[in-house]
Design a protein around this ligand. Sequence first.
Ligand SMILES: [Ca+2]
Length: 386
Amino acid sequence: MMWTTTVLLLLTSLPLSPAIQGNGSNLNQSEIANEDLTTPQARGQKPLKEVKNKDACSIPCDITAKLLRDEKHSICGQLQQSLLALGRSTRKLMRDMMEEQQRALDVLSSQVMELMTKVQTLSSEVQRNNAEMFSMKPVQSHGRDCSDIKNSLTSVVPKIPSGIYIIHPEDTDSSFEVFCEMDYMEGGWTVMQRRTDGLNDFKRPWADYVGGFGNLAGEHWLGLQKVFHIVNQKDARFQLHIALVSHDDVTSYASYDDFRLDDETQFFRIHLGRYAGSAGDAFRGYDQEQNQDTAPFSASDVDNDGCNPFCTLGNSTLVESCSIQHNHTGWWFNQCGLANLNASPEEAEQNQGRRTRILWDTWRHRGVPHTIKSVTMKIRRIATNN
Ligand SMILES: [Ca+2]
């Protein structure tokens, strides 16, 4: 705008002759000369003063007019060039601005897309977490155990989720929560023990091992009394499945086709059927002295471990209490033996020569027992003919 105003000012202030002002800028010299001859002044009738002025001009007026006209044409040409250049640069400026704005819009649009993707990811994660939380809430059920729940729900829902269910074993007056594994090996498993990260303390007295402890969705011991209720139901037989994972992620298992416990008056003595699996039968060990089958349960404060008063372990260690020797955990010890799945997935910092790690001595690689990082013990009904 300023430039245009300047141009207009320049144009209006140009020193044009009266002839040019009256007839436009395109008159040539002969036209001016003719016009001059038609006026009274040109016919020699001008006042004296004007004649004197004309005489005082050192350059003839027609030459002055021509010079002025030429100058005006030159300035007009320059102005036209400048206007053209201005137009070009304005268009370029506008194009550049538009391109810049387009680039900024593109950047904004990609940022918006990125944010929308993030929002979608987050919302799907929230939905997934909600679903997981739901499966962690106990599901009301009239099932007697996880196998019973699986059997009764299979015809109703296409996929039964693993999670915490409330069960009510037959012939008992107690209902309680259990974790049901509905995916592993066709499902229907009631988890009775899970040891995975060492976050739960398994150094527990007898009462805790009877009643159960830990977090059902994570590490826990369901409790001897509850397991007793499950496996002693009428007309029901249960198998026991032990799944092991080594610290280098090798998996293995030990399975017993029959599993039951005696009641508390018998210190929940364990009874095991035939063994099958890849981890070896550590419950029975290599000889009768280590055999934990039919052994009563022991804890640090209830001693049924068969060391009376002492046992001598392989490295000549004299042991009075297998539970204390095994980091104050509870198990069906028999002169200690070769199995204790309630020990720790981690080596204790100060173990004082004690056995602190999860023990399943028959699972070996090149003669050396595997280092076990996680274990689950689960039970399932065996299909019976009646
Ligand atoms: Ca003892």
